[in-house]
Every structure is written in C-alpha cells, then in structure tokens.
Design a protein around this ligand. Sequence first.
Ligand SMILES: *Cc1c(COP(=O)(O)O)cnc(C)c1O
Length: 351
Amino acid sequence: MSRFLSDRLSALTPYTPGEQPQDFNYVKLNTNESPFEPSPEVIKAINTAEVERLRLYSDPECKKTVKAIADYYGVESKNVVLGNGSDEILAFIFEAFCDKKIGVAYPDISYGFYEVFASRYGIDSKVIPLKEDYSLCADNYCNLNKTVVIANPNAPTGMAIPLFDIEKIAASNPDNVVVIDEAYVDFGGESAVELTKKYDNLIVVQTFSKSRQLAGARLGFAIANEALIADLNTVRFASNPYNINRLTLLAGEAAINDKAYFESTRNKIIENREYTVEELKKRGFTVLDSKTNFVFASHSEKSGAELYNGLKANGVLVRFFNKPRLDRYLRITIGTKEQMNTLLDALDKIL
Ligand SMILES: *Cc1c(COP(=O)(O)O)cnc(C)c1O
C-alpha cells in the first residue's frame, strides 16, 4: 500500500479470482467458464469492418444488443441495462441501492464479490448463515428493511431456491431492492425475470460468461422495472458511458440470437454434470444438488486441500476455498465429457 491511498480504502480486501494460468495447458475446471467455443454466429459477427470501426466510440445506449436481450426475455429495452460483466452491474447496484443507512443482506456462503462491494462502498452487511445442509431459508430474508442480494442458484454450493421463495422475499421487502444474481440460472434454476413485471423492487442480474461462452468478452446485464434501470444508467453514465466495447456488443447480440447453439451447449453441460455427479458418488464423494455448471463435492477421507493439490499435480485445476464450512469441498466446473473423464482418472490415482 502506498502512503497515498485514501483512508476510505485502506481496509479493503479485493476479490481473489480463480487462477488463470497463461503458460501450462491445464484441464481448466476452476472458474466456471464454458468448455465450448462461442457460437459460430459470434465468430462471424466479429468482422474486420467492425475492428476498423474501433477508432469510433461504441454506442453508449447499446441499443441493438439491449433490444436483442429484451426480445429474448420478453421485456422492453427500457427494462435492460448492460455491464462490463455482471460484476460491473453488481457494483452499480451496490453503489445505487445500498448505503450506511439502508445496509445490505446476503448469505454467509455465496459469491465473494458481495462482501468486497459492501466493503468498497462502506455498507454495513447483515451476513445470514445458510443452514447446516447449505440450503437457504427464505424466511431469513423477509421483512429485513435492507437491500437483499441472493445468488440463485447459489455459488459455490450450486443449490437453487424456488421462485415461490423469491416472490416471498420480494413481496415482504416492498421498500427495499431485492437482487437475484442468476449467473447460473440457465443450467437448471428458475428465472425471476417474469416477477420483475410484478415487483418494482426486484432486479435480476445475468451474465454471458457462464452459459454463453463469452467470459472474456465481459458482458452482463440487469432486468428490472424501468425506474430501477434508469437509476442504474445514471450510475453507469457517471462512471463509464462506453462500458461495453464494440466487439462485445456484436458478440452479445449474435450469441443471444443463436438459440439453437445456446440450447445444445447448455444441454451438454447438464448431461455431463449428471454423469460427473454419478461418477463422483461412486468414488465416495458427497455432492450437493447442483443446478449450475459446477459441482461442489467433498470426500470423507481427503481434505479439499489434499484433493486440490493432488489434482493440480495431475494437470487438473479446480477451485478450493480455504474457509470454514468450505474447506472440505472442491468446486469443480463441468467441462466436456473428455475433460470430466480426465478429472475422474486423476481422482482414481489420488484416492
Ligand atoms: C461468475 C459470476 C458472476 C460474474 O460474472 P461476470 O463474468 O462478471 O459476468 C456474478 N455472480 C456470480 C454468482 C458468478 O458466479
């Protein structure tokens, strides 16, 4: 830390992303990316003509991409805002709808960025423990009088709550914003997008990083009532009106329009997940009920650290969280069938 850093940030602990090794060809199952290439339509859309247009700023209103996303989800363009990854959308939300007075509530085990944003913006957090079995009790989030942030399905557990619970939470906090982070919803969760038409306090956040093969393009979005989206645009235009670059705008539009590719890749991941769960159980693993593109698994005889290190030595990278309640587990991204077989072979060697 330099002697110039503002006191405001002196205690800030940043988010730790999963390893992104640039040198060695690991079987990479640690950051929940897709093992598949982007849709061929995306590759066609990123053409030389658009590369030449990089000298010009991108559309600050992101009109065409916003319209394509709105059409896909059956909402209006005024109900959609884009972010440079959904992480940026979440940052806008914490800045816009939480402060010292309002506060924020989220589960003790969830996406690590919620705690980082709360700390960055000086917001008091009410951290609500998941139950012993890692399930989320919706009643704990009712009548809170705080902004509520829930990942559904949750990470790193992979477990989902039903729409019925989301509705209960939104209805019981009418004077506070309820944020549902649906980064993984395409792999088996129930989306709350339709509920945003009924509840003017509900924001759904999604990303192109996990189910649409565009993690490196950085594209996320929020869907909500028009007034909430206008507020998020105020924050966006006060930080970076060109937050989505030209190539990403085209990639996002092409990806959302290629429904067939989306569905076939999503279905393959679900199929490979079910295969992996079954094979892990045969090997003595406990696997939480996943509705995502990863599984959260523990083994009775080996710690998470031992398994993580053993797999890494065998060229397979997974995610390990050295924290209470999580340190017996591995979070394993679902890749191709071949990648999952490499993982299983490596586990057979280690166990
Ligand atoms: C991956 C992830 C995000 C962020 O994704 P972006 O790449 O920034 O769009 C947000 N929330 C959860 C729960 C995630 O797992």
